[in-house]
Design a protein around this ligand. Structure first.
Ligand code: CMP
Length: 140
């Protein structure tokens, strides 16, 4: 099905100056960038975005990392965009990520793991709406 998914290029990958290389992977896979924003997340924004992880032991480290520098946030659109983006990203832990995936190539650790991608249609809708007004997501 035609889907949208929320993608974040995390502070580690932004610091490595690989926004363009990651965008090229999205585009080569047939995913279109239909909204984008470059910004520094506040602590409150990062905590709200990852609210489902609030009780996890890694929550504080995750939020600290996500506000350690600017991020590039985008909505991607395409056939099976959610699963396609997750294939491009590879496993959450870069040590387990398949060769040739974004995390295998650019991530250093499970915290500094280069990218975030929505895991399901319901979370994708919530996550896109967290960062973008409906009028800011423009299909083409
Ligand atoms: P992300 O897809 O952004 O969603 C939550 C993030 O928490 C995840 O990527 C990882 O960067 C981070 N994280 C740190 N430790 C863990 C863990 N043990 N399990 C899952 N995610 C973790």
């Amino acid at each position: 099905a035609l889907e949208r998914t929320l993608s974040i290029i995390k502070p580690d990958a932004v610091a490595k100056n690989v926004i363009g290389e990651i965008y090229t992977r999205f585009e080569k896979a047939g995913l279109k960038i239909v909204a984008a924003r470059y910004k520094q997340l506040s602590r409150a924004e990062a905590e709200g975005f990852y609210a489902v992880h609030r009780e996890r032991p890694f929550f504080k480290a995750l939020v600290d990392f996500m506000i350690s520098g600017p991020v590039m946030i985008q909505a991607l659109e395409g056939e099976d965009a959610i699963a396609k983006n997750r294939q491009l990203m590879g496993a959450t832990d870069p040590k387990k990520a398949d060769a040739g995936t974004i995390r295998a190539d650019f991530a250093d650790s499970i915290d500094a793991n280069a990218v975030h991608g929505s895991d399901a249609a319901e979370t994708a809708a919530v996550e896109i709406a967290y960062f973008f007004a409906a009028t800011e997501v423009v299909s083409r």
